[in-house]
Design a binder for this molecule. Sequence first.
Ligand code: AMP
Length: 214
Amino acid sequence: MRIVMLGAPGAGKGTQAKKIAKKYKIPHISTGDIFRANIKNETELGKKAKSYMDQGMLVPDELTISLVIDRFQEPDAQNGYVLDGFPRTIPQAERLDAALKKSGSQIDFAINVDVPDENIIQRMSGRRACVKCGATYHLQYAAPKKDGICDSCGESLILRDDDKPETVEKRLKVYHEQTQPLIDYYAQKNVLKEVDGTQGLEDVFRQIQAILGE
Ligand code: AMP
């Protein structure tokens, strides 16, 4: 099962992607996580990506596409995956389709987690991420057991630079301009499925399970 998650930043697609990966036993591939790991390890790619990410801009397609296509070649991705944060532009989607076509496969579901802009900024200001392991929390919806401390590794939690309100506004603008057209792109391919992302986490997941099957 090959799944693409669509939705504005902060719509909760990352959280749902992790739940899908666990239930359907497929890898969760997040370009944001790959970039953040590179930033942490101070790689060349990380240095380049950081300058765009901190400004709420997209990392250029030429740095992003080959990264994901390489990841598909790995053994764990042969029976499917859930893509979170990729594709984010029409050229990325076209390159993805071309790579899949070569191996005789295609995207089976593009799930759009729909949340209006009004809700997004408020949601993002409550997000917290672990400085060490990258685990994410939400002060309202998925609070850590101990204030400001990561449940998994005990390190401190922070508001990521790219989740700060001024950056979120920019990211939303970029989303509407560059990523939202993917909704039509996948609708034309008859694989688009819409879920109401304003519901609670478990309710959203129930909507997704109704689409993917038990
Ligand atoms: P995310 O964690 O998916 O919200 O991604 C965080 C940031 O990483 C984005 O705001 C972009 O700057 C960058 N990024 C992640 N995925 C992509 C992509 N497919 N294309 C370009 N930039 C991306």
